[in-house]
Design a protein around this ligand. Structure first.
Ligand SMILES: Cc1cc2nc3c(=O)[nH]c(=O)nc-3n(C[C@H](O)[C@H](O)[C@H](O)COP(=O)(O)OP(=O)(O)OC[C@H]3O[C@@H](n4cnc5c(N)ncnc54)[C@H](O)[C@@H]3O)c2cc1C
Length: 473
């Protein structure tokens, strides 16, 4: 069954879209770093050059400049999720306060405050390293709309009251108020979180962090895939195709990709998420949508869109159709999915009918590392010489810095307020093996979609809730 109407207007709008991330178009990508071709010895080896790996390398050097740090990436730094996301930098470490409330009720305030502090630290680092990444701290409006019949406004109101109690800057917007901020005939209400979110050009952030790491002396190798890990009493040996790296400590920051430790595989499933970007809006089109305060927007339904303006006034429109392929398949072919792009196009014009005629210039996709608790988790292996931080489930632009910081704390044996939390010390419930993994994920997606339409949580979702696996928008 196709999830979109075969309406020429929605299809024409995507017909000429370039099938790659808008963020990497028309910009000077940094020079590639060399491959690792000789055996190396280092104090810390970071595997993976997305945000998690880059922050791990930077923080390790900031903490101890004399520590030798090597970072390797199988491709180019920032070429995976970190260079192709929506650029929403949300301070939440837990994928929203409702998820924190459900899983870590005693730690909600602490986790919210640690998340805000983490976002503030990112902002400071962007300034400190002079990273040109169109950083805008305009907050996010969580949007209720007529697209879903479930009344999520009551739940949003609960979130609002909690966030206000914690001391975050939040504003409740009724239907008229939200439509005055951003004009859409389907919006019915919203919550503007003013201080807990920012927008960024994600690729330029990754490249800026790469420069910052290099300026601190991190030795970066690209096109260098780690193929195995081996622990001898003297350290960890990371095998790569042409050379071995002997490291005192290792951070694994491989996100949705095939993990190097077998145990990590049980906890994550790669799920593909897709985005569109329009051509730049002209003055008339901009006036028709309003959006003068340039907030990020995100639906509050289970299946949600996220949307924002870019620096040159395009609209990025993504989300909704998270797709898992049997066996956890990952490939560059899966980054392209015309049927999802067509559905996104349809939803875009239902939300902004006044923009009829505008075309999408770019369309792409990428893998996110979904886990059953919907937020980063950590683990160590090989006598505490190896630590990993994965599981961001599509909300890792900001929390990846926190993920890296805690991974380093675990390696260094540093006890902090964060490392004492259940959030850091616990793991998600593992996914079952195939074919049950595939069947379970499909059943969950179907049920969540149904809940958005009917407002009813079916038996499957209620069972997951009882097992602590439930997802609540
Ligand atoms: C389309 C899309 C939109 C998104 N939008 C948002 C958003 O708006 N806001 C938000 O917060 N989050 C968003 N996310 C999620 C966010 O991008 C990720 O959570 C975040 O980038 C994770 O960073 P990372 O460093 O852990 O992983 P990645 O950026 O995936 O980096 C992992 C790196 O590890 C490397 N690697 C893997 N295996 C090996 C190996 N064996 N050897 C060497 N290197 C290896 C890979 O090449 C890759 O570069 C989105 C994701 C996608 C795909």
């Amino acid at each position: 069954m196709v999830g979109y109407q075969k309406d020429g207007r929605f299809l024409d709008a995507i017909a000429d879209a370039e099938p790659y991330p808008y963020w990497v178009d028309d910009v000077d990508e940094p020079d590639a770093n060399p491959m690792c071709v000789r055996d190396e010895r280092t104090d810390l080896c970071v595997v993976g050059g997305g945000y998690t790996g880059l922050w791990a390398a930077i923080l390790a050097k900031e903490r101890n400049p004399s520590r030798d740090v090597v970072l390797i990436d199988a491709h180019e730094v920032g070429s995976a999720a970190s260079g192709r996301n929506g650029g929403f930098m949300d301070s939440s470490l837990t994928h929203g306060i409702a998820n924190a409330q459900a899983r870590f009720p005693d730690e909600v305030s602490l986790l919210e405050n640690l998340g805000l502090e983490n976002l503030n630290q990112i902002e400071a680092a962007i300034k400190r390293y002079n990273i040109d990444c169109d950083y805008e701290r305009n907050g996010v409006i969580d949007i209720a709309s007529t697209r879903h019949s479930a009344n999520y406004l009551d739940e949003l109101r609960d979130d609002y009251e909690q966030l206000e109690k914690i001391g975050h800057q939040v504003e409740w917007l009724n239907q008229d108020q939200v439509r005055l901020k951003v004009a859409s005939p389907i919006f019915t209400g919203g919550m503007w979180r003013k201080d807990t979110a920012a927008l960024v050009d994600p690729a330029r952030l990754a490249w800026g962090l790469k420069d910052a790491a290099a300026s601190l002396g991190v030795r970066i190798y690209e096109d260098t895939r780690a193929t195995g890990l081996d622990y001898s009493g003297n350290g960890v040996v990371i095998n790569t195709p042409l050379a071995d790296i002997n490291a005192g400590r290792v951070v694994l920051a491989t996100n949705a990709f095939k993990p190097l430790l077998r145990r990590m595989h049980n906890y994550i499933a790669p799920v593909y998420d897709y985005c569109l970007v329009t051509e730049p809006l002209n003055a008339q089109q901009l006036a028709a949508v309003g959006w003068q305060q340039r907030q990020g927007l995100s639906d509050i339904s289970n299946q949600f869109h996220y949307y924002r303006l870019t620096a040159d006034n395009r609209i990025l429109w993504g989300g909704y159709d998270a797709v898992y392929f049997f066996g956890g398949k990952m490939s560059t072919d899966l980054e392209s999915r015309p049927e999802t792009w067509a559905m996104l196009s349809q939803h875009f014009f239902e939300t902004f009918p006044q923009l009829e005629g505008i075309r999408f210039s770019h369309a792409w996709g990428g893998a996110i590392d979904t886990c059953s608790r919907y937020s980063v988790f950590w683990g160590t292996a090989m006598q505490n010489r190896v630590a990993y931080a994965i599981g961001y489930t599509g909300l890792g632009v900001a929390s990846s810095r926190f993920g890296a910081q805690v991974a380093l704390d675990l390696l260094d044996g540093r006890k902090t307020e964060a490392t004492a939390t259940k959030f850091v010390r616990s793991k998600p419930t593992p996914f079952p093996p195939e074919p049950f993994r595939f069947i379970g994920i499909q059943a969950t997606r179907w049920s969540l979609k149904r809940e958005d339409r009917s407002g009813k949580r079916n038996l499957w979702l209620r069972t997951l809730d009882r097992l602590g696996l439930g997802f609540d928008s």
